[in-house]
Design a protein around this ligand. Structure first.
Ligand code: AMP
Length: 420
């Protein structure tokens, strides 16, 4: 029996969980103001959903999916990302028949068989949003504004936006040819993977992390010079909106992202404090995916933020250090072991009234209980038992001032719930 979590996974213990909860609460608050409703899709889907959606030639589909046969001989896959499942749900529930755009967000775990390293896990978590049913460039801008607003809300200061357009099936083939022509003389110096990408999916080659490949692709022509009129105008409008919203960005001609479904706008959000795994979020437009999934021709755009990365970035900025441990409003202490059942009862009454109450579970002396209350940072101690108990009273000690007073046992809940 190996008592360790599987490689690439991690436990979130209560202190850290408090930060996750703060992030989740901020997400719900911010996304609500942008008009997005929550969607919860299954943790696994039919394998072909991702094969078709993400693309057969992508790293994710070729080598990173957790795919298994279930007992009914169906090939299933733990979701490596959130967009394909949301699109599947949009088509399955005919959400295209209602008011458009449909604006959805999700929070949840994703699974990719990647080599674990700082900020990269095999189970990680994403916060994402998708707007389906509109090609308005205002939505592309919104998809950048939303995560930025979330980062701001969380106190993250330093995030950079990288922006590009990868065109559409009309203009991309022209660029692909240009790219091939440009790289042909250097083909033999590209890494083995890039040599196959050159044939099958040359844009993907711009995304290669091998230093030699990065160097060899540094001076490639920019796809922005090859966009068709429609894509060019769309991209221009996205930029105008971003400028107007005061969101700064850098054009990055080699930004193509790891999925095949993107069209037009793509973007990535970078924290300069994270080292190699510096992307805290990313997204783009995917106007062909809904049709690919069997729905009507429907434009859409979305993004995903990495939860662990965002928390790491906050920490790197010194922003994520607040003490996540909650302090009891009251510690209920027993004078003698005979008083314990009264402690159990009073503690329960307090908790039901919404008061965070703690008690001792080890039958310790009153002194030791007082010490424990101090260590936990309890605001008050309610001392139960003795001669006060016989009179129906409890001694209530304010741990900040040290002042003690008697309160009727029947009124303790009321007094503590009111904060009096
Ligand atoms: P992607 O779905 O690949 O566009 O990723 C969106 C965001 O999820 C990235 O910007 C990262 O913040 C995060 N992310 C992606 N893969 C991982 C991983 N293996 N471990 C942790 N975070 C990840």
């Amino acid at each position: 029996m190996r008592a360790t979590a599987p490689r690439g996974t991690r436990d979130v213990l209560p202190e850290e969980a408090a930060r996750w909860q703060r992030l989740e609460a901020a997400t719900r608050r911010v996304f609500h103001t942008f008009g997005y409703g929550e969607i919860r899709t299954p943790m696994f889907e039919h394998t072909e959903l991702f094969q078709r959606g993400i693309g057969e030639t992508t790293d994710i589909v070729q080598k990173e999916m957790y795919t298994f046969m279930d007992r009914g001989d169906r090939s299933l896959t733990l979701r490596p990302e959130g967009t394909a499942p949301v699109v599947r749900a949009y088509v399955e529930h005919k959400l295209y028949a209602g008011v458009q755009p449909v604006k959805l967000y999700y929070i949840g775990p994703m699974f990719r068989y990647e080599r674990p390293q700082a900020g990269r896990y095999r189970q990680f978590h994403q916060i994402g949003a998708e707007a389906l049913g509109s090609s308005d460039p205002a939505l592309d801008a919104e998809m950048i504004a939303m995560p930025i607003t979330l980062y701001e809300e969380m106190g993250l200061r330093d995030v950079r936006v990288l922006l590009n357009s990868i065109g559409c099936p009309v203009c991309r083939p022209r660029y692909r040819e240009q790219l091939r022509a440009h790289l042909a003389p250097r083909l033999d110096r590209l890494c083995a993977t890039c040599q196959t990408r050159y044939e099958r999916n040359p844009l993907r080659l711009l995304d290669c992390k091998v230093p030699q490949c990065r160097e060899l692709t540094e001076d490639v022509p920019s796809i922005l010079d090859f966009l068709c009129d429609e894509c060019g105008q769309h991209f221009g409008a996205v930029r105008t909106h971003l400028d107007r919203m005061g969101l700064t960005y850098r054009l990055e001609k080699r930004l193509v992202r790891g999925f095949d479904y993107y069209t037009k706008t793509v973007f990535e959000l970078i924290s300069p404090h994270l080292g190699a795994q510096d992307a805290v979020g990313g997204g783009g437009r995917y106007d062909g995916l809904v049709a690919e999934m069997g729905g009507p021709d429907t434009p859409a755009v979305g993004f995903a933020v990495g939860v662990e990365r965002l928390l790491l970035a906050l920490e790197a900025e010194g922003q994520n250090t607040e003490d996540g441990v909650a302090r009891p409003r009251v510690y209920v202490a027993a004078i003698s072991p005979d008083d314990r059942s009264q402690v159990v009862e009073l503690t329960y009454r307090l908790r039901r009234a919404g008061v965070y109450a703690e008690m001792d579970y080890a039958g310790r002396s009153l002194r030791a209980q007082m010490r424990a209350a101090g260590q936990r940072g309890a605001a008050h101690v309610a001392i139960v038992g003795g001669e006060e108990a016989q009179r129906g009273m409890v001694r209530l000690r304010d741990m900040n001032t040290g002042a003690e007073r008697e309160v009727a046992l029947a009124r303790v809940v009321e007094v503590l719930a009111d904060g009096r």
